[in-house]
Ligand binder design. Structure first.
Ligand SMILES: Nc1ncnc2c1ncn2[C@@H]1O[C@H](COP(=O)(O)OP(=O)(O)OP(=O)(O)O)[C@@H](O)[C@H]1O
Length: 859
């Protein structure tokens, strides 16, 4: 026997051992940092897994690891796995996390995105099965409203177009078509609405448009009719499941129809989208439809300090119909959250800015502006905060405010591109919006008349304009000579651009060249300079940003890469449409229409985030402010479901990792008096909060505790001390905090107490407040001793576990708060005793109110 044959078994066993070791180590890496419950969810052999868990318990982390587990250990092909997220931002974050496990190449092949973008992919590839044209456009909310406005005006219906749009959307979310609705219409109003709904659908169809809801509805139709389109799909995973609506539920079922392999993660306490028809009942429905479901609960919270968690639980536990659930804090107790009263909305905004500056400075590099979020119940509340941030020159980003693709200049350019892309089929509204931008002397009345004429004659506005420009048709309404010329110019812009869209046979469209052509033809930069003298540079920078995005896409397209999230598995027996060179523009437009993420993410400059609470779902920040917590704001005056409003507050509070501030101005910006939100007005709940912002200057444990919660290195003592010298006020004492302090408050609120005293000729560094300045603690601070975080190693992974002397490790309900409070009281008692002792010993510091002097001495 030859020698090599002899060594073969050894070689094979070495290889097997190597492969086993490699896959074992890959498995270890995948499960590293997960707790036992998370691990069992990730590796569960069950077909249907429901991970139900409270905020910050690692649901998204678990879902991500399960995707990686499917790929790395069950050897599923990534293109046979669908992952649906609730927002584009969440999709991006998950992509990033999955990349880390399976590598960039495999990650790119996953079908991962929002329900809408996943549905769009299937419709784009297989839509012909149900008669959907390949290059269908997507009608955004403003397109839908504009269409409905015209339908209502033309037939003199009584329904308000915005209301009609949201009613149609709700019906679609429940899977009720226009015909279904008509069949059940009970009265005159219903009959009228049925007609509006039908006309709207007809208009969309004639224009080859789908609105957001149609993407889901039509995808459901497609997958019902042609299940083979998803015959290759082996696993479906859904994030934020509690906010799925009926149509999304159906879509989930259809996507997973081949193997019924589904993993969902969710939290009923975070269900906050019923206004978008989310069905909290879908959790139970799933258990009925999939009796094989295995439910795994996660109980550890890895995000927030104990105090924050406890206050949030006290809020949610007011809903007595809700089952009690354990939630165990893994971090230290931390600083009690703040519940701050302020005199006015303006004062509240100024106070927020003061607190951002104070805490950021005192944290000596531990916090940056990126770490702060201001979460608001309604978007109009941002105005005061934005102004105050602007005045202080603090950079900020808006989430769910005016999004990049909603900015006027971007909308204009995109409208042009939409018309260039598909002038014949659709986008009457886009044509109408830009025909006179920049001005071509085609007045509103002319545009309106032409639009009506086009709709009545059932031709597109573009076709009508083309005929008018070429002298083939005389419009019914009078068109001035100037307007005629303007129409000709507009038609010329579109036609010359379309030449670039369809270059010579075999050549691809150069998207950049096309965009530059449009910009030049409409002299867009000059137009912006003229129309927006004060901020045209910013607007032009936005345009440049859009061009950058197009450039990236062009490069990817040229390199033959899969641009956008467009890849779908090839299914035998179902024809898959090929891309052509001209498709790049429609893909680009589809992508931007579906984009609803905040702009300028990941920019160089650290920025404070302003977001609605709804849009903050799934996110976390070291420091969170929630202003305007009064009845009417939260619960919102128009909200029917107060339980959902309470959940909203709970979602907001649980976004905070280290510091949480709730605040309530005594007067709204319109000067109406306020009443503290009923969700936090209970005395027992108020006890969980401190009246003022946390003590970061005098209490030695605050910053080290914060650093531990954030898993960041603690700043050096010298840096912390230097930070003190940078601030005039070390504590949250610039504005009065209690009702007593505010009584007799003069109407010039907004100026600080100090300012007011100075201006009234009084000297001193503030009013006579009941609030006592604190003194610097010794290094043997109580809090850091009472709460310590230790690392425990469990089967190859480490988790931070909090141990507290005298209180138990976690808590399961807000009732445990008694413990926390008594602990804090005890800490406070010992601190005062120390201070008294020091005073007796004749030290420089006075025990009560002279902390500031003491502090200067210390420096
Ligand atoms: N086992 C763990 N050990 C340490 N940190 C963890 C663990 N699991 C999750 N985390 C961390 O906890 C934080 C919250 O995780 P994640 O966002 O996945 O929670 P979630 O349950 O999806 O929260 P929410 O419901 O509020 O969106 C993240 O910073 C995450 O990295």
């Amino acid at each position: 026997m030859d020698e090599s044959m002899d060594s073969a078994p050894h070689l094979i066993s070495t290889c097997v051992a190597f492969i086993c070791n490699t896959s074992q180590s890959a498995m270890d890496a995948l499960l590293e940092g997960l707790n036992d419950a998370q691990k069992s969810a990730v590796t569960s052999p069950a077909n249907v897994v429901q991970v139900l868990a409270p905020p910050g318990s690692g649901k998204t982390k678990t879902l991500t690891a399960r995707v990686a587990y499917h790929v790395n250990h069950e050897r599923l092909q990534p293109w046979n796995i669908i992952v649906c997220t609730f927002t584009i931002k969440a999709a991006r974050e998950m992509k990033e996390r999955i990349k880390g496990f399976v590598g960039e190449k495999l990650e790119a092949k996953l079908i991962l995105g929002t329900f809408h973008s996943v549905a769009r992919r299937f419709l784009s590839r297989y839509g012909q099965e149900i008669g959907i044209d390949k290059n269908f456009g997507i009608a955004d909310t403003s397109d839908s409203t504009a269409i409905l406005k015209r339908i209502v005006a033309r037939h003199q219906y009584t329904v308000e177009p915005g209301h009609a749009r949201s009613r149609i959307s709700k019906l679609k979310a429940k899977g009720v078509s226009a015909d279904d609705f008509r069949a059940t219409a009970k009265n005159v109003n219903d009959n009228e609405f049925a007609m509006v709904y039908s006309s709207y659908q007809e208009h969309l169809k004639a224009s080859n448009l789908l609105d957001y809801d149609d993407l889901l509805v039509r995808c459901v139709d497609l997958l019902r009719k042609s299940p083979s389109c998803v015959s290759t799909i082996q696993a479906v995973l859904i994030d934020e499941y509690q906010d799925t609506n009926n149509i999304q539920y159906e879509l989930m079922q259809l996507l997973a129809q081949s193997t019924r392999r589904i993993t969902i993660v969710g939290d009923p306490d975070q269900s906050i989208y019923s206004f978008r028809s989310a069905e909290i009942k879908n959790l139970h429905r799933m258990r009925t439809d999939y009796p094989e479901s295995v439910v795994i609960n996660l109980e550890n919270n890895y995000r927030s300090s104990g105090c924050i968690l406890n206050s949030a639980m006290a809020v949610i536990e007011q809903d007595e119909s809700r089952p009690q659930k354990p939630l165990i804090a893994t971090h230290g107790v931390g600083e009690p959250p703040t519940l701050r009263h302020l005199v006015s909305a303006t004062g509240e905004a100024k106070w927020i800015i003061e607190e951002i500056k104070r805490t950021k400075t005192l944290a000596a590099g531990l916090l940056s502006y990126d770490d702060y979020a201001v979460l608001i119940r309604s978007s109009h509340l941002s105005a005061q905060i934005e102004r105050a941030l602007g005045q202080e020159g603090i950079p900020y980003r808006m989430v769910a405010g005016t999004k990049f693709f909603d900015r006027a200049e971007i909308k204009i350019l995109l409208d042009y591109l939409r018309v260039v892309s598909q002038p014949e089929h659709k986008h009457n509204d886009a044509v109408a919006r830009v025909i006179n931008v920049p001005s071509r002397k085609v007045g509103d009345a002319t545009v309106k008349a032409l639009l009506e004429e086009a709709e009545v004659k059932k031709v597109t506005l573009w076709k009508l304009l083309l005929d008018v420009a070429r002298g083939r048709r005389k419009p019914e309404s009078k068109v001035s000579a100037q307007a005629q010329k303007g129409i000709e110019q507009f038609v010329n812009v579109i036609l010359t651009s379309r030449e670039r869209l369809h270059p010579a046979e075999g050549e691809n469209c150069d998207l950049l060249d096309l965009i530059y052509h449009v910009l030049k033809k409409i002299s867009f930069e000059s137009y912006l300079k003229q129309a927006h003298k004060d901020n045209w540079q910013d607007r032009w920078a936005n345009v440049e940003e859009l061009v950058n995005q197009a450039a990236q896409m062009t490069t990817a397209f040229a390199n033959g890469e899969d641009i956008l999230d467009d890849a779908l598995p090839i299914v035998q027996g179902v024809e898959q449409r090929e891309d052509t060179g001209a498709d790049i523009l429609s893909k680009f437009l589809a992508n931007v229409t579906l984009s609803s993420v905040a702009d300028q993410e990941g920019g160089e400059v650290a920025q404070v985030t302003i977001s609605t609470i709804h849009a903050a779902k799934g996110l976390e920040w070291p420091v969170v402010f929630m202003p305007a917590l009064y009845d009417g704001s939260i619960p919102h005056s128009r909200a029917d479901d107060h339980d959902e409003e309470r959940r909203l507050l709970y979602v907001g509070m649980t976004r905070a990792q280290g510091l949480l501030y709730l605040s309530c101005p005594m007067k709204q910006s319109g000067q109406e008096k306020t009443k503290l939100s009923r969700f936090i007005s209970d005395k027992k709940i108020q006890k969980l909060f401190s009246e003022r912002g946390p003590d970061l200057a005098f209490k030695r444990s605050t910053i080290p505790d914060l650093a531990r919660i954030l898993r960041r290195p603690c700043p050096a003592d010298t840096d912390l001390k230097t930070a003190h010298s940078l601030l005039e006020r070390l504590e949250d004492d610039k504005y009065p905090a209690t009702r007593e302090e505010m009584d007799g408050e003069d109407p010039t609120w907004g100026a600080s107490w100090g300012d007011k005293f100075n201006s009234s000729g009084l000297s001193g560094d503030g009013p006579k407040q009941s609030f006592k300045r604190r003194k610097v603690e010794g290094s043997n601070s109580i809090s850091s001793e009472t709460v310590s975080t230790t690392m425990r190693t469990v089967s190859g992974f480490s988790t931070a576990v909090t141990t507290m002397s005298s209180v138990k490790t976690g808590f399961t309900s807000a009732l445990d708060l008694g413990n926390l409070q008594s602990m804090q009281k005890e800490a406070e008692r010992i601190r005062s005793k120390e201070a008294r002792d020091e005073a007796r010993e004749g030290k420089d510091c006075q025990a009560t109110s002279d902390g500031a002097r003491c502090h200067h001495k210390l420096l």
